[in-house]
Design a protein around this ligand. Sequence first.
Ligand code: SF4
Length: 302
Amino acid sequence: MLRQRRFEEENYHAIFNNGKTLRFAIDPSKPILPLRYPEIEDWAINTICLANCSWCYVSALKTGINFDNVVEKIQDYFGIISLNHRPTQIAIGGAGEPTMHPDFPEILKTTYDLQIMPNYTTNAMHLSDRVVDATIKYSGGAAISCHPHLKKVWTKGINILTEAGINTCLHIILGEPGSNDEFWRIYDSTKNIHYYVVLPYQAAGRAKKIDAEKEWDLFFKEALIRKPDDVSFGALFYDYFLRNRDIMAKLNMSQRCFRDTVFLMILINCLENQAMTYHQNLMIKHYEQFSSRRQSIFFKFI
Ligand code: SF4
């Protein structure tokens, strides 16, 4: 999928090509301003999930629901706005397990037909042939959440998706005691993963408040030794990074770290075409600028 978006007022021009976005300032002497129409959106199509994670920040339940008429709602809302104003990519998840929605394949197709690249997060419990086929045809990729109590499930899910040639990311939540060790265990024992996405534990929904930063500190200590080039970080690490700028600088976070992981709403907006040439401080400045307003909208198709 090839798209271009241009907003003169925001000094912004972007070219999106199959998951990668290059951004340019129309007037290079001025910054790109926060966009009113973001490149990436989060969509929620249901609130049901059978995984029963005690740390679920959206409190998804097996008694949750699938929203009605999502295909029509997508067509009604996005079909009437100009292509320039439509996002280039969306991430489906965010409130429930998206693959449990009976219209999930049709939702992927409808979104793709509107020239919006759909991606999604899944617990891998329901990767049917129908879901996998639609993912191959219409999706930019999928991220599997590696919840410890579902290890067998996500291990099988990784095989299904990677063998189908699907861009597969892994989401690993960092914060509970032992989660740093678990991250590196997963990192060292899996292959053909597009990106390992480290997500900071959030005390929201069912998740109790814990001291998550101990594990974050351990993680970044190890990351500074290993310097992996296929690990990305969730947008909610933003405040942590601002308090620990040396980590960003030492990790040389750059194009490879942030490039096209669709699930990181904020971080990816700062870089790609710029990171390789800009000094770290300038990069952080851009990061702050873009992060001051989240470049993401959360749609619930209720
Ligand atoms: S898999 Fe995700 S949505 Fe489902 S209960 Fe666990 S954290 Fe919540």
